[in-house]
Design a protein around this ligand. Structure first.
Ligand SMILES: Nc1nc2c(c(=O)[nH]1)N[C@H]1C(S)=C(S)[C@@H](COP(=O)(O)OP(=O)(O)OC[C@H]3O[C@@H](n4cnc5c(=O)[nH]c(N)nc54)[C@H](O)[C@@H]3O)O[C@H]1N2
Ligand SMILES: Nc1nc2c(c(=O)[nH]1)N[C@H]1C(S)=C(S)[C@@H](COP(=O)(O)OP(=O)(O)OC[C@H]3O[C@@H](n4cnc5c(=O)[nH]c(N)nc54)[C@H](O)[C@@H]3O)O[C@H]1N2
Ligand SMILES: [Mo]
Length: 840
């Protein structure tokens, strides 16, 4: 989330699109209801009339996988009806910037400029800005970048800042405004309603209501989760919502945010901690084995020319100091050579890991806290592949579908031929261990251990800690091909001879290496208060720079209860419902990201009644930690206020937000492509699905792709209140099974009538990848849609069942979705695909 749960209550309009927040994120409703009490409008766009829709003012059905068309049409509406917050966009986004004249988009082919048909990848050089002037870093002793020349800082050639050319009149055909206007002019009401299966009038009404938040005294929030992300255009989906929010001036302002509702309780923490195979903790790019062979190359490729990320060398060196401790020295580039390098993150993704198991390249695998044979798409292929492993290790509280894959109902006759050695390590559950959990609003909370671990189970961290210790011993005693990274790693996460998460907390928070003591006791504060203190000269260590300050508060680092992360202050200056003294939210305890954008260019808040920060003529008044440079040191070392400027997005090198962007691999402006399996051809361009789609050439998907003639129904999958994810943790609770006893699919009344299906009948859903039998829930909640002139039915399938549960079992819904991926983040397409239907 770019803001907080409580900030939902400040919205004038809420748009739930691609999540079911009332069911899956119940805490959201505390704040949504407050907004509704104050007169806000709530719109829900979903293929199904959900439990969220039941409480909303407006419900609009959508065909799964068509959200870019829906939001593209909204962008067109914004331009046509003058709903853009123009002052916000000209000052705080790249609306006025000029793009390279070589950039183009061709609706005939659906391709942007730079496409290489051979590699199926874009050369993105034409997606760049025109340059007005260039500036070199001032690395002189007085300069802003003097730190690059300090002793101990690895040498690198600083980047050159290319200030983009702009056209404030917005008339140049190459300016972002003109390019966007032209691009989205094709997204007419007729086209969008035909693609999404929407009633044109209802669509227009939704556009009208939501885009009224483009007024400077109004704010709108979009809530989303899996309905947007689990598509092979998932990142494009997320980008287009960002663009809508920026055009309407809805980012950084109270009540305006892009609310990514995170899933598993600590999914935000996992993301911060490099769950993405291309990232290291704190969103540092993982070094590439091709481009970043030395620390110099890494700095030269990865350090942007301006904005806060220009400090990246400080974050990397501090990370290496935390990783390798005293073994990391200036002479050995802080152990950079020991850090693994990644060839291609897509190859390291979970989906591709199964391809590599099939090829015999991956021979062993650790599954820690995941159950992919239930939760990953095309699960039948996975079941038949995983037995190629020589060994695998699970740590879990339950014997899951993955842990006992050979026991699957359709594996019985193959089981005797499987040679995989399987190790099951019983793990302590979430309440049986201490540590940090991060929620959707980036608020970090310390969880205390409530129970002793059951039996001889251990926390994951103990298991990994012990394992690594043993591996180090083996390397020490027996040697190996390249023992250096293992042996040089600092591996001392113990207090009083036992592995302890507090020690990890200290590493995440960061410290001066000279202060590193056994317990960080008795000094004020030896743990660093802010990432502004991190250095590139080896004098600081920090495992995740964005977390700096979360743990550090007092003299005694042994007691979590007195650290920032455990604060319980209920004050709320500004009455914004952001509670700055409650726990700690990264970065720097900032609650509303990009909060400079809550004011006009002179620092005057857009709304007098909701003030986040305000320039009073001489200094900044703040109700939140400023997300901009509000004060800086003068030559005497004194802090002096910095008068308002336009740098509202300091994590971008432009310090303006990107409407047009070259960051993604597949689209500088989000474009509608049909789901990999779709019931219609693409009405907006000549490319059926995203040309940059991942894995579609792999036999497991190529040979199992279905056509609408054979599999005419659009399927989507989702969760619901009574069960949790892959089901292990809730199907063992009898009360929950009683409340939701059967795996089911939802289908419209018309479709059921056509097929002779009655409520509660067993039905078979199938395609070339799999076949599952579930109960039919016949309902008015899924209306048939008119798509491209044809009546189209959607079937919704719950996915939380499996055959390994103790009390109630079901089929694996994930036998049906295709294992294709988004080129940016590799996620599967489990929210839109085709199935056939018959009575079982
Ligand atoms: N009780 C409970 N709560 C949970 C979970 C659980 O299993 N049980 N899981 C947790 C986890 S890990 C996560 S990630 C979150 C997920 O949170 P959500 O994203 O809210 O969960 P889903 O139910 O997967 O999907 C949300 C909605 O997207 C709709 N949808 C499907 N396809 C599309 C589409 O193409 N476009 C649009 N606009 N909508 C679409 C579905 O109909 C569904 O109503 O929930 C978390 N909370
Ligand atoms: N078709 C379809 N597929 C989906 C989804 C969908 O909407 N549709 N949703 C997707 C989403 S968003 C998610 S997050 C995934 C979830 O998929 P998974 O992560 O694979 O499933 P979970 O059931 O959440 O968790 C896996 C295991 O973690 C164990 N566990 C719980 N706590 C701990 C712990 O502290 N330590 C360890 N080691 N183990 C623990 C549980 O017992 C469980 O067996 O499914 C995805 N798959
Ligand atoms: Mo999730």
């Amino acid at each position: 989330m770019t803001s907080q749960w409580g900030d939902l209550s400040n919205a004038d309009v809420l748009l739930t699109c691609g999540c079911n927040n009332a069911e899956n994120h119940p805490i959201s409703m505390k704040w949504v209801n407050r907004a509704l009490d104050k007169g806000a409008k709530w719109i829900v766009v979903d293929p199904r009339f959900t439990r969220s829709a039941a409480h909303a003012n407006i419900y609009l059905p959508i065909r799964p996988g068509t959200d870019i068309a829906f939001f593209g049409g909204m962008i067109n509406y914004i331009f046509e009806h003058n709903r853009m917050q123009k002052e916000y966009c000209t000052h705080y986004t790249n609306l006025t910037y000029l793009i390279n004249p070589g950039y183009s988009y061709d609706p005939e082919t659906g391709l942007f400029s730079g496409w290489n048909e051979k590699t199926k990848k874009y050369d993105k050089s034409s997606w760049s800005y025109q340059t007005e002037s260039t500036h070199e870093w001032d690395t002189s002793a007085q300069g802003a970048y003097a730190w690059t020349k300090q002793p101990g800082v690895p040498a690198f050639t600083p980047p050159v800042l290319k200030t983009p050319k702009k056209d404030p009149t917005l008339s140049d055909p190459h300016c972002v405004y003109q390019i966007m206007k032209k691009h989205y002019a094709r997204y007419t009401l007729d086209k969008v309603s035909s693609i999404c299966g929407m009633n044109k009038k209802a669509l227009e009404e939704v556009y009208d209501i939501y885009t009224q938040t483009g007024a400077s005294n109004k704010a709108g929030t979009i809530l989303y989760a899996l309905g947007q992300t689990q598509h092979h255009v998932g990142v494009g989906n997320t980008r287009i919502m960002t663009i809508v929010q920026l055009l309407l001036g809805n980012i950084g302002v109270p009540g305006g945010q892009l609310a990514a509702l995170r899933g598993e309780p600590n999914v935000q923490g996992c993301t911060d901690m490099c769950i993405d195979p291309g990232a290291m903790p704190g969103y540092l790019q993982w070094p590439s084995s091709v481009n970043d062979r030395t620390i110099r190359e890494y700095f030269e490729h990865e350090t942007p020319a301006d904005g806060y990320w220009a400090n990246k060398p400080k974050f990397l060196v501090s990370f290496l100091k935390s990783f390798f401790g005293e073994n990391a020295t200036a002479e050995n580039d802080y152990g950079y050579d020991w850090l693994p390098k990644v060839d291609d993150p897509a190859k390291r993704s979970l989906q591709n890991a199964f391809h590599l198991m099939e090829e015999g390249i991956i021979k062993g695998y650790f599954f820690f806290g995941q159950n992919p044979l239930q939760s990953l798409a095309n699960a039948r292929y996975l079941r038949n592949t995983i037995g190629n492993l020589d060994w695998m290790v699970f740590d879990d509280m339950y014997m899951t579908e993955t842990a006992s894959f050979w026991d699957a109902p359709d594996m019985k006759d193959k089981a005797s031929k499987i040679k995989t050695e399987v190790y099951f390590l019983p793990v302590a559950g979430p309440l049986e261990k201490a540590g940090t959990v991060v929620q959707s609003g980036r608020v970090m909370q310390w969880r205390y251990q409530a129970l002793h671990p059951h039996g001889n189970s251990k926390p994951d961290f103990h298991i990994l800690y012990e394992l690594a210790k043993h591996i180090r011993e083996l390397y020490k005693n027996e040697g190996g091909v390249f023992p250096d990274p293992i042996l040089n790693t600092k591996w001392d996460y113990e207090i009083d001879g036992k592995p302890d998460t507090r020690k990890i907390a200290w590493e995440l928070n960061g410290y001066k290496t000279a202060d590193a003591t056994a317990d960080f006791k008795n000094a004020t504060p030896k743990l660093l208060p802010s990432f502004a203190d991190l250095k590139a000269d080896g004098s600081t260590a920090c495992a995740c720079w964005i977390y700096t300050g979360y743990y550090a508060n007092t003299k005694d680092a042994l007691d979590p209860a007195i650290q920032n992360v455990a604060r319980r202050g209920k004050e709320d200056p500004g009455n914004l419902k952001i509670f700055p003294n409650w726990a700690f939210s990264w970065p720097a305890n900032r609650r509303i990201l990009y909060n400079r954008a809550s004011c006009d260019e002179h620092g005057k808040p857009w709304r007098a009644d909701k003030v986040v920060v305000e320039w009073d003529g001489t200094s900044w008044k703040t109700n939140d930690v400023p997300d901009f440079v509000a004060a800086s040191k003068n030559t005497d070392g004194k802090l002096v206020p910095v008068a308002p400027n336009n740098k509202a997005f300091m994590m971008r090198w432009e310090q303006n937000a990107s409407l047009f962007s070259n960051a993604l691999k597949d689209m500088p402006l989000p474009e509608h492509y049909e789901p990999y399996e779709a019931p219609t051809n693409n009405l907006l361009n000549g490319s059926q699905s995203n040309p940059s789609i991942l894995f579609a050439d792999h036999h497991s998907i190529k040979d199992t792709t279905g056509a609408p003639e054979e599999y005419p129904y659009v399927a989507t999958t989702y969760s619901f209140t009574e069960h949790w994810s892959s089901g292990q943790e809730t199907h063992c609770a009898p009360a929950l099974n009683e409340m939701m006893p059967h795996q089911y699919c939802e289908m419209g009344v018309d479709l059921a009538r056509e097929k002779g299906i009655k409520p509660g009948d067993k039905v078979r859903l199938f395609n070339k990848r799999g076949s599952i039998v579930v109960q039919a829930m016949v309902t008015h909640r899924i209306a048939p849609l008119e798509v491209n002139g044809k009546r189209t039915y959607t079937i919704g399938i719950v996915h939380d069942w499996g055959w390994s549960n103790h009390f109630v079992t079901g089929d694996i819904t994930n036998d049906l979705p295709p294992n294709v991926g988004d080129p940016n983040c590799f996620i599967q397409e489990s929210k839109a695909f085709l199935v056939g239907l018959e009575k079982a």
